[in-house]
Ligand binder design. Structure first.
Ligand code: DAH
Length: 327
């Protein structure tokens, strides 16, 4: 038992077990030697050997429990956490202001039953222009000069091509928005960037009228700018809608009397919209005698600039932390 008293680890305990109780262990040797013991002595010695085995096993079990308890205690001591130590400050990033406003817009539209659609940024001339009633040589193409990959492949100048892609695939009712990047070969200044973002909207179903367009877009403006926002619809022209309009909100800074924010106009332009041109519907295989629809396009940068009072578009894309950390 002196040998057991010296054991301080589980490995030592295992060696002990092998030495005494293992196949070639000392006690096993005694039992093997039983053949040479006289028959009368055999049960007595056998009994004795068994008692010894039981005793050793009991002692080993007790010791094992104790060793495990010790091990746990050492581990707990080593892994102790001092909860009073000052923590490491986690640097948490923030959403880009464009993302914040886009998320808000998406939320508003999803609340009105729209789903999200997507289209490619590298687009075919057919979808970006042709199918939207802008044939080659149409003068309105000049206002949306872009980057051409080849004669018929370009970086999309607007999110409107997603309308065509959706209508080709899905029959009405259609109620989608399509947010995304668009490109124009403009020189960078405070109000122009070769890359910016739009959110396209399209609703097509039986009996859709200009009243649906007005109702939907008025709700959008009220959710975005507050319930007493005043809106006006101004006639305009887009080749893919007829009639077309632009939506303005009454300048919240001056209430219409004219100030720096609205450039003395009293009103601020928010988006372009209109009733989908029958020829556009037809080209997508939708019968304009049965179905009608409205569409709109919102400039994300413009809305975001208005929201935060940002006057230079370049700030969005320069990744200057001094700017981004303010939001
Ligand atoms: N695509 C137009 C632009 O980039 C915006 C627009 C106007 C989209 C009217 C529409 C719409 O869907 O109906 O200027």
């Amino acid at each position: 038992m002196d040998a057991l008293a010296c054991i301080t680890s589980k490995q030592q305990l295992e060696s002990f077990r092998v030495e005494f109780l293992g196949k070639k262990g000392r006690l096993t040797q005694v039992l093997r030697g039983m053949g040479s013991v006289s028959p009368e002595q055999r049960p007595i010695i056998g009994q004795l050997a068994n008692d010894i085995r039981l005793f050793i096993e009991e002692q080993m079990d007790t010791l094992l429990l104790q060793l495990e308890a010790n091990e746990l205690e050492v581990k707990l001591l080593q892994e102790k956490i001092d909860v009073t130590m000052p923590g490491k400050r986690q640097r948490i990033g923030k959403k880009h202001p464009l993302t914040t406003v886009l998320d808000e817009l998406v939320d508003i539209f999803i609340g009105m039953g729209f789903t999200i659609a997507e289209g490619p940024e590298v687009e075919l001339d057919y979808y970006n222009f042709e199918a939207l009633n802008l044939p080659k040589g149409h003068p309105a193409r000049d206002t949306q000069d872009t980057f051409y990959i080849s004669d018929n492949v370009l970086l999309r100048t607007q999110t409107s091509p997603v309308q065509i892609r959706v209508m080709e695939k899905k029959k009405p009712p259609i109620k989608i928005i399509a947010p995304g990047r668009v490109y124009r070969s403009d020189t960078v200044d405070a109000t122009h960037s070769p890359l910016f973002h739009q959110i396209e909207g399209l609703v097509v179903d039986k009996g859709i009228t200009m009243a649906d367009l007005k109702g939907t877009l008025e709700i959008l403006c009220k959710k975005l700018y507050g319930n007493d926002t005043k809106v006006r619809f101004r006639p305009h022209h887009f080749p893919f809608t007829e009639p077309s309009c632009e939506l303005d909100i009454l300048c919240p800074s001056c209430n219409g009397s004219g100030c720096r924010v609205c450039k003395s106009e009293g009103w601020i332009e928010i988006l372009g919209a209109g009733m989908v041109h029958p020829r556009v519907l037809e080209r997508c295989g939708i019968n304009p005698e049965i179905y009608s629809g409205f569409a709109f396009g919102i400039g994300l940068e413009r809305i975001t600039m208005r929201r935060y009072g940002i006057y230079d578009l370049r700030l969005f894309f320069e990744n200057d932390l001094r700017f981004l950390q303010q939001f």
